[in-house]
Design a protein around this ligand. Structure first.
Ligand code: ZN
Length: 150
């Protein structure tokens, strides 16, 4: 394993062990449940949107290390973004984990999300990585029904 891969793995391990914004948000404007039945990942995503800006993101639930680390990083990165910027990030992350986006060429914008580029080599784990993002995407569109990766 090279130095960069080790660094990326550290990002995922860190966010899995100490997930950020891992709590119930009592004053959320949008709440959506997301399931990945293939792996058993299940999270509730809480959003607070005001004036078209994502003021806060929090999540609760359980799942594998990839899904939890991805939800944690997503919650950090989405904060302060406009709805349009958040949608753009969702699209970029989706392309990244499906191997359709060059991580090096987009590293400045993606920041620590680049840690998930390696997931594209493991199709079963792509759903783990994308779960929280699909859920927040749905919440941003004002939907309230649970989403499933299947
Ligand atoms: Zn998983």
């Amino acid at each position: 394993m090279n130095e960069l891969q080790t660094l990326y793995q550290d990002v995922i391990l860190d966010h899995n062990k100490s997930p950020r914004n891992f709590r119930v948000m009592t004053d959320a404007t949008n709440v959506v449940d997301g399931y990945n039945p293939l792996c058993g990942d299940h999270y509730k995503i809480y959003l607070k949107v005001e004036d078209d800006v994502v003021k806060e993101v929090a999540f609760q639930g359980s799942g594998c290390a990839i899904s939890k680390a991805s939800a944690s990083l997503m919650s950090v990165i989405m904060k302060g973004k406009t709805k349009a910027e958040a949608e753009e990030l969702f699209n970029k992350f989706h392309l990244l984990v499906t191997g359709e986006l060059n991580p090096e060429a987009n590293s400045e914008e993606l920041g620590r999300l680049v840690a998930f580029a390696g997931v594209s080599e493991f199709p079963a784990r792509v759903k783990c990585a994308i779960l929280a993002w699909h859920t927040v995407h749905s919440a941003l569109q004002g939907r309230t029904e649970s989403i499933s990766t299947e």
